[in-house]
Structure formats: C-alpha cells, structure tokens
Design a protein around this ligand. Structure first.
Ligand code: S5P
Length: 259
C-alpha cells in the first residue's frame, strides 16, 4: 500500500534464478500474465488444449498425479510443446515432507518431475529442510520453486505469521525460490513473483471450499501471475476464454503500473 509497484522489467533485472528470468522474459515478450491450470483428467487433453492456448499463456500448470493416461513420454511431449510455444510448465506438486523424502519425490518416482517441469511448489510446514532438499535436485537443473504462503480455499490455516515466514525463507533461499502462491498481498518481497490461483470472472465458489476473486482484483492487490483453471477449460471454448483472461490480466497490470 502506498509503495510503488515493481514492474516485470525490474523483477527481471533483480532475478537471480534462471527460471524466474525465463518466466518474466516470456511474460514481457508475449504480453501475458496468464497461467492456465489444466486439471482436465488426461494428459492427451492437456496437450491438445496447450496447443490451442499456447500463444496466450506464460505458463501451463498441471497435477501429473491427476491425469489418468500420464506417462513420462507424454510429459516430455508437453515439454517440447512448451518450448515450441514459449511457455513454462508448472507441476503443482505441493510438496510437504522432510527434505530427504521430497528430494526423492522430485527426482524419481513415477513422474520424475524435475526432468520436465520448470517450476514446482512446496508447503513450508515441515521447516526449511524441504526447500534445501528440493533445491539439491532442482538447482542443478536450473529449476525454480514457489512457496505456498496462502491458499484460496475456505478455512485455510495459513495466518499472517505463517505468510511472513514464507516471505523470510523465500528471501533466504532466493537462488532457488522464485516466488509464492498467495492472494496477491503486497507485503511479500517485492522482487519475487506472486502467483494467484482462485481466479474466475463469474463464479464465487465451487461448492468444495474454493473461493474465487476476479483477475482485476488480484492484480490490483499486487499479484504478478493469475492462475485460471475452470474459468478456461470449463468454458465453451478454452481458446476464447484464455484470450479474454489474457487481455484482462495484461490490461489490469498496465493500469496498475500507471496508477
Ligand atoms: O491456494 C491454492 C493453491 C493452488 S496451487 N488454491 C488453488 O486453487 N490452487 C490450484 O489452482 C488448485 O489445485 C487448482 O489446480 C487450481 C485452481 O483451479 P480452478 O479450476 O479453481 O481455477
């Protein structure tokens, strides 16, 4: 509040992590702050929607463990598609265990997330060892991590103190941590990237605790990247919807920078 907003260009200049640099550069080049969250049940569906909306997004977010036909091959195809269409991949894994366990879950197991996902995220609940474990795997691959500072869902337990701890640890580990999942509050470290899910233009909730805000409100509250799921793939045309969210998101950003 009152503090002037840090532009994507300024964040890019200060970014220490190569994935943060790639994301910000991609946003500026394509003029989009839209991340599509494709919880569509099948990787084949993720691939076809990504192809349709690739030019409108800076990032595609998935949950690999919620795709029935998933395989490493298909995930590597998504990676190729992301390179061709200039967007990043975000596996929304929400790691939440001790350092040595998350290190295995990130590098190995059925998904080998670090091999194809530019960005993943983690809860800070277990302590800073989770960041250290993930960074041992992610840093050699030049990957980036988002910390969950806040959640959009009703009754979430993250309070102000929890949020502040996420911000402190992010600064401490800022070679690897590129930003946050949060609601867009401006007291977060200014040069890191704030990503906000729970965005929808019409709905207010989903009957299972999700709480939506509009893309305009989120960006006015300081977010950098809007994450939209059902607002895109739940509409008649993913392509039309993503174009719409992209325009609204970018206009809200340019307006916030002027005002
Ligand atoms: O606090 C959060 C954090 C995340 S990453 N609230 C969320 O909704 N998410 C994720 O964003 C959630 O797992 C889902 O993949 C997406 C929101 O989807 P939508 O369909 O409600 O837009």
């Amino acid at each position: 509040m009152g503090m002037s907003r840090v532009s994507y260009e300024e964040k890019l200049k200060h970014a220490k992590n190569p994935t943060a640099q790639r994301l910000l550069l991609c946003m500026l080049e394509k003029q989009t702050n839209l991340c599509a969250s494709l919880d569509v049940g099948k990787i084949s569906e993720v691939l076809s929607i990504s192809e349709q909306i690739g030019s409108d997004v800076c990032m595609v977010k998935i949950h690999a463990d919620a795709l029935s036909d998933v395989s490493i091959d298909a995930l590597l195809t998504l990676q190729e598609l992301s390179e061709k269409n200039n967007f990043l991949i975000f596996e929304d894994r929400k790691f939440a265990d001790i350092g040595s366990t998350v290190r295995m879950q990130y590098a190995e197991g059925p998904y080998r997330i670090v091999e194809w996902s530019d960005i993943t995220n983690a809860h800070i609940l277990p302590g800073p060892g989770i960041i250290e474990g993930l960074s041992e795997v992610g840093m050699p691959h030049h990957r980036g991590l988002l910390l969950l500072a806040e959640m959009s869902s009703h009754g979430a337990l993250m309070d102000e103190q929890y949020r502040k701890t996420a911000y402190e640890w992010a600064e401490k580990y800022s070679e690897f941590v590129i930003g946050f999942i949060g609601k867009g509050r401006t007291e977060a470290p200014q040069y890191l990237i704030m990503c906000t899910p729970g965005i929808h233009l019409e709905a207010l909730s989903d009957g299972l605790g999700q709480q939506y805000q509009s893309p305009i409100d989120a960006i006015a509250a300081g977010t950098d990247v809007i994450i939209v799921g059902r607002g895109i793939y739940g509409s008649g045309s993913a392509q039309t919807a993503s174009r719409h969210y992209r325009e609204i998101g970018w206009d809200a950003y340019t307006q916030a920078m002027r005002g």
